[in-house]
Write a protein that binds this ligand. Structure first.
Ligand code: 3PG
Length: 469
């Protein structure tokens, strides 16, 4: 393990904070931790960590210039820690928010820190509990001048995969959290796409439970091998220890969310970036939470039988190709959102999509072989291009489309909800359609609101009296 040879204060030791503290101290860094929970403070001592009883004690125990990593839940908890820290720290000290904060909150806090001559960083940290302990992926944003202070620690605790370091400095203020937010939106989308494939296999009664598990193992042995897919393989085989059968079968079907996916969806809407697969995944989680309504409507509509169709002839190659196409669309939407964010917030100078692919593929939840297909695209296409504009990827993606159409059609015909799979296909078909139906919408806008329209055959803005008055 690398020896980081520094001091680090960590505030908040929930799952991620505690594991990061153990990670960093295991690499030779002197770690001082503070948790507001008294029982947890004792637990930290039992783990051999230097646990103090207040923020003031933590700051006093750190030599200057100090580095303090905040690992508390996003929102008001971060604000209260930051406000107190700002009264305790001195100029030249550094604060790193390693939680999933909203990037605009990070921008606001960074501006205040700047006035106090404190270096403020937002670090997106991905990899879950295991990654935090052994090496996560870190996406950092903040002032360049303070990097010599924070980088040795943050790059030292990160994952290394096939010589790739799971650390990336992305640029100023909120960009680290913005990149993590988009990462999470793609993560939501991939999870939703995988859940829909599972649902089709299960509800079309194409396979028994063992066959579903085996199919996911097959998916995990090819180009769709990934951390998430490995988790699926384990989950789909895991037996309930309270009764016979899979534990998954008794897990309540309500998927919660902590905020990043929704913020990404809001950002996509705000920046005018089409991201239907990402939005569908957020929506699907919200819909899953309406469990009581779903149950009641299930009864109300129980007499509706879906059209009788012959059992579709879907096999593993259909599922593999459908999932591949969906994931490519999710990444295409995610990278378009990154591009728009970098333009809007002036982060272009440090932005490199291939570097982002590398960090996402080095310790993060998105670690996946498909990154080895997507990463090289950014060396081939012009800056600002869509992922789908790459000729090589286009050839690969085109081969998947007949399978995707077949799978989506079969699921829709059978009444199986597949919002992300169908949104990804609609995104693909929409983004490559030269003549959309929006001419009618613009004509309607002009008809009822005199919003004017442009013509395809001549320059200028036009207005017509579409209806007789
Ligand atoms: C992550 O950072 O990956 C989050 O833990 C996942 O986000 P969620 O809690 O909104 O699913």
């Amino acid at each position: 393990m690398d020896n980081l040879c520094g001091f680090l204060g960590i505030v908040g030791t929930g799952t991620m904070g505690q594991e990061l503290a153990l990670n960093v101290s295991g690499r030779g860094c002197k770690v001082i931790v503070f948790d507001q929970n008294q029982k947890q403070r004792q637990n930290l001592k039992d783990l051999g960590l230097n646990s103090v009883s207040s923020l003031a004690n933590l700051v006093a125990a750190l030599p200057r210039p100090r580095v303090v990593l905040i690992m508390v839940p996003a929102g008001s908890a971060v604000d209260s820690v930051v406000e107190e820290l700002f009264t305790l720290l001195q100029d030249g000290d550094a604060v790193v928010d390693g939680g999933n904060s909203y990037f605009k909150d990070t921008q606001r806090r960074a501006a205040k820190a700047h006035d106090l001559s404190i270096y403020y960083y937002g670090a997106g940290i991905s990899g879950g509990k295991e990654g935090a302990r052994t090496g996560p992926a870190v996406m950092l944003g903040g002032p360049e001048e303070g990097l010599p202070l924070v980088m040795p620690i943050l790059s030292g605790l990160a994952a290394v995969r096939e010589k790739r370091l799971g650390f990336l400095y992305c640029g100023n203020d909120g960009v680290g959290h913005f990149v993590k937010m988009v990462h999470n939106a793609v993560e939501y989308a991939i999870m939703q796409l995988q859940a829909e494939i599972y649902l089709i296999m299960r509800d079309l009664e194409l396979m028994k439970a063992e066959e579903i598990a085996a199919s996911f193992a097959t998916l995990n042995s090819g180009r769709l091998r990934s951390s998430l897919m490995s988790m699926n393989v384990a989950i789909l085989k895991y037996q309930d220890d309270r009764q016979e059968g899979l534990l998954l079968d008794v897990v309540l079907d309500r998927a919660k969310q902590s905020g990043t996916g929704r913020w990404a969806a809001n950002s996509a809407l705000e920046l005018g970036v089409p991201a239907p697969t990402l939005l569908a995944a957020v929506d699907a989680r919200s819909l899953s939470m309406q469990g009581e309504l779903r149950k009641s409507l299930h009864l109300q509509y129980s007499n509706i039988s879906n059209p009788k169709i012959a059992k579709p002839n879907l096999d593993i190659s259909d599922f593999e190709a459908t999932l591949f196409a969906g994931i490519i669309c999710a990444f295409a939407e995610g990278f378009s959102l990154l591009e728009a964010g970098s333009q809007r917030y002036d982060w272009t100078s440090h932005f490199s999509f291939s570097a982002i692919c590398d960090v996402w593929n080095s310790g993060s939840i998105l670690e996946a072989d498909i990154m080895n297909i997507i990463g090289p695209v950014w060396g081939r296409v012009k800056k600002g291009a869509s992922l789908l504009e790459d000729d090589q990827l286009a050839v690969t993606t085109m081969k998947t489309l007949p399978h995707a159409r077949k799978t989506v059609t079969a699921a829709i015909s059978a009444g199986i909800p597949i919002p992300a799979l169908s949104a990804s296909l609609a995104y693909f078909d929409g983004i490559r359609k030269a003549n959309s139906g929006a001419n009618l919408i613009q004509a309607q806008r002009d008809c009822f609101g005199a919003h004017t329209y442009q013509r395809t055959d001549r320059e200028g803005q036009f207005h017509s009296q579409w209806q007789e008055s």
